[in-house]
Design a binder for this molecule. Structure first.
Ligand code: SF4
Ligand code: SF4
Length: 83
């Protein structure tokens, strides 16, 4: 197993940590489409993979349902904590 560490971006609010790995995200938009509170969007400032935007989180709206984590085909999101 590789011990390579991927760059990660964390958003934190009230015990919830939402993390994405922009080098892994292929910008498919599935997480954005599935989020029930619509707090995800493309992050044009982060284009680590094929010059496509990664995803950012409006963490104050996140309900930590983990739908995004479970939907991502590339395991580019991790959600910890609960509301
Ligand atoms: S955990 Fe749920 S509410 Fe939070 S960003 Fe993911 S899908 Fe949206
Ligand atoms: S589902 Fe995963 S790969 Fe697709 S945009 Fe979201 S974080 Fe990126």
């Amino acid at each position: 197993m590789s011990d390579r560490k991927f760059k990660k971006l964390e958003y934190k609010h009230k015990g919830i940590t939402w993390t994405t790995y922009p080098e892994v995200c292929k910008s498919c938009g599935l997480c954005i489409e599935k989020c029930p509170v619509k707090c995800l969007s493309f992050d044009d400032a982060n284009t680590e993979y094929l010059e496509l935007p990664a995803v950012k989180c409006d963490i104050e709206k996140c309900i930590a349902c983990k739908t995004c984590e479970l939907s991502c085909p590339d395991a580019a999101i991790r959600v910890e904590g609960k509301r």
